[in-house]
Design a protein around this ligand. Sequence first.
Ligand SMILES: [Zn+2]
Ligand SMILES: [Zn+2]
Length: 443
Amino acid sequence: MFFKVTDTLFIGDYIASQQRARLDRHAIRQIVYLGEIAEVADRRRPDGSLPELDAVTNLKDIRVTAVEIPPISQTCEWSDDAAALDSQSAGPYLVPFATQVLDLLRPVDQEPGALADATLLCCDLSLSVAAFFAAAALYRDLAEAPADEVAAILEDHAPAPAEDGTPIDILPGLVAFLAEKEPRALLPGELVAQLRNFRDMGFKLDMNNPVYRRRRLYDIAALRQDFNFVAAEPIYGQDPQATRAVSNQKLLLRCRQCRRPLADADHILPHEPLTGGTGADAGAGAGDSSAPGRLLRKGLASHRSYRADYSHSVMVSHQGDLAASATPVTHAGPESPLARALRPFGGSLCSSFFVEPMEWMLDVTGDPSAMQGKIACPNAKCQTKLGGFSWIGHQCPCGDWVAPAFMLNRSKVDCVLPTQSLGALTSQLRISRQPVPRPGPAQ
Ligand SMILES: [Zn+2]
Ligand SMILES: [Zn+2]
């Protein structure tokens, strides 16, 4: 397979990278392998040895690079099946590799439009994966480009300019453009959503992006379940006790007993009661649950809120204008600002808030390698039992399966909306902070 996307960008498979005459005809001077490098090498050395890539390709005047994209775990297998790529429970999360690939296509310090060497992106696992990175490169280069430049590449798939001059998202046109070039380069919905996620990060990896953090969390949970592997990578949410003074524009959960801040809105995992769900996959949580791996898959598949995550930043940005201090969730009126702010995080049936693992939990959950346990308030003078955690997951009373589950019981925490007055909040914090010892050093 060998397809031209633009004059300087081609996609294909391993065999395409061996077609010397064709490479020369298109002046291709760079090949980027995407996928499991060992598999590429094994094409040439069936004995299993792993030769250098240059030797594998035997293309001395062509720069050959490999971007290794490992399958995350048994729950996230590679597949050439577009349907599998379309499922966040089975398909790979490609965004973390996009920066690396795009740097090879056009280094950050190079001007857009500068003539780069023609490049072949090749992937044996799925042409959609090569197409994803080609689309990411075009999306970055054209997102802010003048209309005529966009039209020169996307032709009749270029969006018509808005009458009022507001920028138009070129992504739908870009996806249609690629699919028309080659139907096998069709980008499934999940990968299109990942492209949007990449754009939201400013076309580079942002470790604080909530979507990125959540996806990493699910992948790490999968590793725990399948291989009992405890990732060293820090995925713990920053302690709001430490960051609240500068970031006070978000919904806050705090210990009802001692008012110690526990988690920001950014750290609460969106989740919706299954009953009354409106998503296309509502009800996906029902079904077989015979093994932990299956449980996780089920959890991921039923995690409609994860899919909705791509608009997370919009979701939490409508801040209430009231200081609804210490209003219990279950008593919030259906239209109150607090209820509106909490809607993404569950309903009246839900007994807990599901949060990311937080830095302060390292000190209060005991053995960090434990699969499940209890969560207590990190305030040494309080230590109220707040909830529990399970890397395997937990079924909320509303029916939704959440994995991993780090639960703060709703009866044990207060929800505080962002206050109108910054001064009021910080003085409030100062009061609650004084008697609270700092938790252990952040990991
Ligand atoms: Zn407390
Ligand atoms: Zn629930």
